[in-house]
Design a protein around this ligand. Structure first.
Ligand code: T1G
Length: 691
């Protein structure tokens, strides 16, 4: 952590440095150090102007998110430092490069002038953390850019380019070269007058922009940050201090909110899961340049697109000529769609397509660094493929299976050196879903695991390590969630009630609709297999009755719901009747089931299975379970994940509910996880295991 001072003639250059993103940490004294260095420069008779710049690769990535679990007043230190900058009697020029985000952009706006290096990103991502810009951003940004542009930045959380920042008045100049030199040149030209952003007038479009933004707010949203941001802009007046006071108060409310605590947990969580406990940092990833994908079906195609989008060279092997041609056409069409939608330029699309090589034989994979197998979920087919790959590929090539239901250790045994086998379980659609379960087999070498995790980050996925068990982490939990959903149907709920309750609670999609989308036949296959492997853990038979009718969901036009237009789910009275008749058939008197019970049983089923999984060492930490459920199963980010949510409820209360269910119908499904029992008894939380 440092603030270095350099005199350039009559200009003092302060460079701020604090870790990888120059986070404006109050806790470690960094903000105070900036304030002290600034005050010294201002008092320096030989100093006529002050330039502030960031050390390393960026100006500043924001306030320190870790500071927010403490006292909200800690931000006053940051606010006061920024006011000191803004009220300086000497002109202050901000030299911005890399990124200026959140509190970092607020610091830049406390300056009198802003010069940005071309390529810089400037943004207000606080809303993604369930917060609002609490360091004066809601009061200064609209004054610089107008209320509409400011609200767009603060409500979307998306950064703007340096050029866009120039257009809207957020920066005064964009330069190609050294941004500090440009700032010094500005100061040398003609000493610019001080120009406090906070002294600028309230933007003329305030009322109209606030009204338009309010109209777009979602009243039932789990995070109230968007609404509070609009409130702060509505509070803009000629009295800057009163607006800042409203902002500080509302920031404190949001900081304490469950939604923000959940979102901040996710921010750190998605980075924490990248760390493999107990692995020496000198285990380095192998270089991966050329990848082979085996299988041109839905998954193989999606995986190939994801890899091409990440700039990798991919050879797809599909033995069936027609399927290979179809996959190639889908790949080309998908990449071209990104051009048509303005997401990428044509030359980038052409480069991606040029990196794709279709092949009809596994012999084409002789020089790849990694193979990802995505063939039919049958152990015999896997054996054929891996036996051939063992013969054809380089000894140092990593062999990965995308299997979601088969035993990875059994697959690894088909290879003479099983240490090079790992699981890369993608989620469909593989080019869209960010989750990647990295399955470590008994024999998987540490270097292979590290390479797989590095590869996940490189292709823009959230990689989470899972041990080998039936369903790894995500699907194993998902099956307990579905088990409760199907029991609820036979006990008295109907599909639309179960889905509506879960979606009102925050799930992106209810269980019935989800399985109609994924394919009821896939769930049916799992239940058939488990009926043999785990006969003492039956599911409700009601869902199988629907499958026996050939109603596999959206892809067959009918599932639990009807899909008259092929996409929109409509309740089907015939299925409602089938469910009611099924209850009678098994002699079960249906009862009215509350939405609260639906949510409680579905969510606590996830929590309990997650606790089993962590306790068994299949997941390293509870936060790994959280990230899997957020990025693979549509769990609401504002609730942080199943395990984080259990901590919010309190583990003793969670255990009490589970014990109540364990004493009830199908209580065998509610065997409390030993880890949960232990933590609850000690008054501890899952969080303590995330360190
Ligand atoms: N606070 C604390 N730690 C942070 C941080 C932050 N703002 N930003 C990054 N880190 C850590 C991160 O956890 C990781 O740690 C390391 O830095 C590298 O991060 C008052 C209230 C800036 C685009 O939301 O978007 O200001 O895992 O791997 O890929 O109004 O970090 O190595 O231990 O992500 O190069 C607003 C959050 C905060 C921006 C760089 N700012 N950060 O990406 O590195 S709230 C943000 C990012 C606020 C004010 C409000 C990205 C990045 P570790 P990284 P990167």
């Amino acid at each position: 952590m440092s603030v270095t001072k350099e005199a350039a003639g009559a200009v003092t250059v302060l460079r701020i440095g604090n870790g990888p993103v120059n986070a404006l940490s109050v806790g470690n004294g960094f903000v105070t150090e900036i304030g002290d260095a600034f005050a010294a420069a201002e008092a320096d008779q030989d100093c006529a102007a002050i330039v502030i710049a960031g050390e390393g690769r960026m100006f500043c990535g924001g306030a320190d998110i870790g500071d927010f679990d403490g006292d909200p007043a800690s931000l006053d230190t940051l606010r006061n430092m920024q006011l000191g900058v803004e009220n300086s009697g000497k002109p202050v020029i901000m030299a911005i490069h890399g990124v200026a985000l959140g509190g970092g952009l607020e610091l830049a706006m406390a300056g009198h002038y802003r010069i940005a290096q071309a390529g810089t990103k400037l943004g207000m991502p606080e809303v993604t953390l369930g917060l609002l810009p609490g360091g004066g951003g809601t009061q200064r940004l609209p004054r610089l850019t107008g209320a509409a542009a400011a609200l767009d930045m603060m409500l979307s959380g998306k950064p703007v380019s340096a050029e866009r920042a120039l257009e809207i008045g957020l920066v005064d100049k964009v330069v190609e070269g050294d941004v500090v030199a440009a700032a010094l040149a500005l100061a040398a030209e003609a000493l610019p007058p001080v120009r406090p952003s906070g002294a600028l007038p309230v933007p003329a479009d305030k009322a109209e922009a606030v009204e338009a933004a309010r109209a777009k707010l979602r009243p039932g949203a789990l995070s109230q940050a968007p609404a509070r941001i609009v409130d702060c802009v509505a509070a803009l007046s000629d009295d800057l201090a009163s607006g800042l006071a409203v902002e500080a108060r509302l920031f404190g409310e949001l900081m304490a909110s469950e939604a923000s605590r959940g979102l901040r947990h996710v921010f750190f969580g998605e980075r924490k899961v990248a760390r493999i406990p107990g692995l020496s940092s000198d285990v380095r990833p192998r270089p991966i340049a050329r990848v082979g994908v085996v299988g041109g079906g839905l998954m193989g195609t999606g995986i190939t697109i994801a890899l091409l989008n990440a700039g990798l060279s991919v050879t797809m092997v599909e033995l069936r000529e027609e399927a290979l041609a179809k996959a190639g056409a889908t790949i080309a069409k998908t990449i071209q769609r990104d051009v048509d939608k303005g997401r990428i330029a044509q030359d980038k699309a052409d480069a991606r397509l040029a990196a794709f090589t279709p092949a009809g034989s596994l012999d084409a994979l002789g020089d790849v660094d990694l193979v990802i197998e995505a063939v039919f979920e049958d152990i015999g087919v896997k054996e054929e493929v891996f036996t051939a790959l063992d013969r054809i590929t380089k000894p140092e090539a990593i062999l990965a299976s995308n299997t979601s239901t088969l035993d990875l250790d059994a697959i690894a045994a088909f290879v003479s050196d099983p240490s090079r086998v790992v699981g890369l379980h993608f989620f469909s659609p593989a080019n869209i879903m960010r989750l990647l379960e990295v399955v470590r087999g008994k024999a998987t070498a540490p270097e292979v695991l590290v390479t797989a995790m590095d590869f996940a980050k490189r292709i823009g996925k959230v990689g989470v390590v899972a041990g080998v068990c039936d369903g790894f982490i995500g699907n194993r939990i998902f099956e307990e969630y579905l088990r409760q959903a199907w029991f609820l149907l036979e006990e008295g709920a109907l599909p639309q009630q179960v889905d509506a309750a879960m979606e009102a609670w925050g799930m992106a999609m209810g269980p019935c609709r989800t399985m109609d989308l994924a394919g009821q036949d896939i769930g049916w296959a799992v239940r058939k297999r488990r009926a043999v492997e785990q006969p003492d853990r039956p599911y409700s038979g009601v869902i199988d009755r629907i499958c026996e009718m050939g109603r596999f969901g959206q892809k067959t036009g009918k599932g639990i719901y009807l899909y008259p237009d092929g996409r929109t789910a409509e309740p089907d009275p015939e299925i409602d009747r089938l469910i009611i008749e099924y209850s009678a058939e098994i002699g079960l008197e249906r009862r009215t089931i509350s939405d609260e019970e639906i949510v409680s049983r579905c969510v606590l089923a996830m929590v309990n299975e997650g606790a089993h999984i962590v306790g068994e060492g299949i997941a390293y930490r509870p936060v790994d379970v959280d990230m899997i459920y957020l990025y693979g199963y549509g769990f609401p980010r504002e609730r942080g994940g199943p395990m984080f949510h259990a901590d919010v409820i309190g583990l003793p209360a969670v255990l009490e509910s589970i014990r109540t269910y364990a004493a009830g119908r199908h209580g065998w499904a509610w065997e409390p996880a030993p880890l949960l029992v232990d933590l609850a008894a000690r008054g501890e939380t899952f969080e303590i295991l995330n360190a």
